[in-house]
Design a protein around this ligand. Structure first.
Ligand code: AGP
Ligand code: GLU
Length: 605
């Protein structure tokens, strides 16, 4: 959360900074600010609430040579969405300007102490405390001061600081929050992630916790406990975030439309499609280890993908599989088990509580595995083994195509573990063949959206929804409900149809429609009779049903999905349900790519 970006040195920094912020906007869009400084110490400070375009508009006509600068797009943690709370923040003497990603957990105590020393605060943010502390503790030079200031902070932070009296220099440091750096011919950039200026640069490196990076006239030095360190450059091997929307109205729709390719991309180089066999070296290596069970840690849509996969691990590989929400895993009692594979799944690879959970497991010497989309991200670097989902950059907030990429790799893992146990090779081949077919079926789903738009018109008039499911469709239903809530802000709850009679039925009335997932091979006859109980209470039912599975007396509206084998059933409702959420969001005039209050990567606890 929060995108921060810094530039030093040759041309006017402001246009670069605004471009960088635009590419980082998915990290937070509550407000944005930019600070630039000329070689002679003349400063430029501009802030705007909400979107980066509001800031871009304000700074459009600036033509000064601000050679160095820092910029920030905010996801507010402390203090409301106001210009005063917008970064960059500054010290009382207006000498030190600062941007921050993270939370200073002990800021209230520090603020109280600084107020006693006559410092005046203008914002409600935790970040302002750091600016004041730098002024209060300043001695000799900024590097010495920063290393003392950071000892007082209870993290997390990535901080970029400029001293107006020494305008050639820009300093960055971090603990917990991400910071990457790259250099062009005559400039250095620091950023929260590689998307900020990925179309200008092709190599980058990641700063480690407690390191201080000093940029001066586009040269950089990195210090760790006063020792200068060298970093290996990493290649940027991923599609750029600035990719066009093509013919789509929103990035979210573009990303949903990429799902059929993502499904197969995730398997490329890991499967021999001709022979229908698994060739992944990582999975072969995993199979040689003594692993008896899997414990999975994730959040949001990544969590839902995993719970679906836990059924596959049990059904195809006879492996016990426990799935945990990362924020709860982090503070629960950890019982290390050397025969458990601990798997961490994250699209961004930066989710704070996933990252911290990896540390806990690693400290106990247990085996860690990552499944991540963003190449080079923190979680990918921390674990022992891992696989990328290769979904391509997912820019905006709703995770869609990457869920398909995650499910695809997870199914492959289950098949691989299964083939070491009792799963017949012919069954593995059949499922691989079906996955290839599924990609074509998804393309057909994406072409037939007329009915979805019609259904969206009707259901956009309701405020509350029940999503009903059984068995293997549990987490598909949860994921579809999540997308509806995230994109439309309407209320939805998920229940097993069986559970209805125990109490949720009390809420059912004609104005509270049910979205029932009833697909072939997943207790379809039992679900149908449970829906009869709902219909008997005059409730409207939108049925997501396998083509040909006729229960016409039961539904008011239907969205048909293609028939697959039981194992692949969780994939088929996703595309129409995501598109339905997008359509309802558009009818209700919601910003599909930037849902209110959210940000793409959750880097603060
Ligand atoms: C869901 O559409 C997302 N907005 C969100 O819930 C996301 O899945 C979650 O924050 C986890 O992110 P990660 O996969 O990058 O760790
Ligand atoms: N805590 C800071 C603020 O509220 C930064 C937020 C963040 O990095 O998400 O302004």
């Amino acid at each position: 959360m929060c995108g921060i970006f810094a530039y030093n040195w040759n041309e006017n920094s402001i246009p670069f900074l605004v471009e960088g912020l635009t590419n980082l906007e998915y990290r937070g869009y509550d407000s944005a600010g930019v600070f630039g400084i000329t070689k002679n110490g003349k400063i430029f400070l501009e802030k705007a609430t909400w979107k980066v375009s509001n800031l871009a508009w304000k700074v459009e006509l600036n033509d000064k040579n601000y050679k160095s600068g820092i910029a920030h797009t905010r996801w507010a943690t402390h203090g409301g969405v106001t210009e005063l709370n917008t970064h960059p923040h500054f010290s009382t003497n207006e000498r030190f300007f600062i941007v921050h990603n993270g939370i200073i957990e002990n800021y209230a105590y520090l603020k109280e102490e600084l107020i006693k020393k006559w410092h005046k605060f203008y914002s409600e943010t935790d970040t302002e405390v750091v600016a004041k502390l730098v002024e209060y503790m300043f001695e000799k030079d900024l590097i010495t001061t920063i290393s003392k200031v950071t000892k007082k902070l209870v993290w997390a932070y990535a901080l970029w600081i400029i001293d107006v009296e020494n305008p050639d220099v820009l300093i960055g440091t971090k603990f917990g929050s991400p910071m990457i750096m790259w250099v062009a011919d005559d400039a250095c950039f620091l950023s929260s992630d590689i998307n900020a200026l990925s179309n200008h640069c092709h190599e980058f490196f990641t700063l480690e916790d407690n390191e201080i990076v000093v940029l001066e006239n586009w040269k950089h030095k990195i210090f760790n406990l006063w020792k200068e360190v060298n970093r290996e450059w990493e290649e940027m091997s991923q599609e750029f975030a600035t990719a066009e929307k093509w013919k789509f109205e929103t990035f979210t729709e573009k990303e949903i439309n990429e799902a059929p390719d993502v499904l197969l991309n995730a398997l490329k180089g890991r499967i021999n499609f001709e022979e229908k066999t698994i060739t992944s070296e990582t999975l072969t290596e995993l199979n040689e280890l003594d692993i008896e069970q899997i414990e999975i840690v994730a959040s949001g849509s990544s969590y839902f993908a995993w719970v679906t996969a836990s059924y596959w691990f049990k059904e195809l590989a006879w492996m016990p599989c426990d799935v945990r929400i990362s924020s709860e895993f982090l503070y629960d009692t950890f019982l290390p088990n050397k025969k458990t594979l601990y798997v961490f799944i994250s699209q961004s690879g930066e989710t704070a509580d996933v990252r911290e959970s990896v540390k806990i497991v690693k400290e106990k010497g247990c085996l860690t595995f990552w499944l991540v989309n963003v190449v080079g991200s923190t979680v990918a670097k921390m674990c022992d083994f891992g696989l990328y989902t290769h979904s391509g950059i997912e820019i905006w907030v709703a995770s869609t195509k990457n869920v398909i990429g995650q499910l695809s790799v997870l199914l492959l893992m289950a098949l691989s573990f299964g083939s070491k146990r009792n799963l017949q090779i012919k069954e593995v081949r059949k499922i691989i063949w079906e996955i290839e077919e599924l990609s074509s079926l998804m393309k057909i789903q994406l072409e037939n959206t007329k009915n979805i738009r019609k259904v969206a018109e009707k259901y956009s008039k309701y405020n509350d929804f029940f999503f009903l499911w059984r068995n293997l469709l549990f987490w598909t239903a949860e994921e579809c409900a999540l997308k509806l809530k995230e994109l439309t802000y309407l209320h939805a709850e998920c229940y097993a149809t069986w559970e209805l009679k125990h109490w949720p039925l009390a809420l059912v009335w004609p104005g509270f429609p049910c979205v029932a997932l009833n697909l072939k091979w997943v207790l379809e006859y039992k679900t149908a009779s449970n829906i009869k109980e709902v219909r008997a209470r005059n409730t409207t039912v939108l049925w997501i049903i396998t083509k040909g599975l006729d229960n016409s007396e039961l539904y008011d509206d239907i969205i048909e999905v293609p028939e697959t084998s039981r194992i692949l059933v969780p994939f088929t409702p996703m595309i129409p349900m995501w598109l339905l959420s997008v359509e309802i969001a558009k009818i209700l005039w919601k910003d599909v790519d930037k849902p209110q209050n959210l940000a793409k990567s959750v880097t603060v606890e």
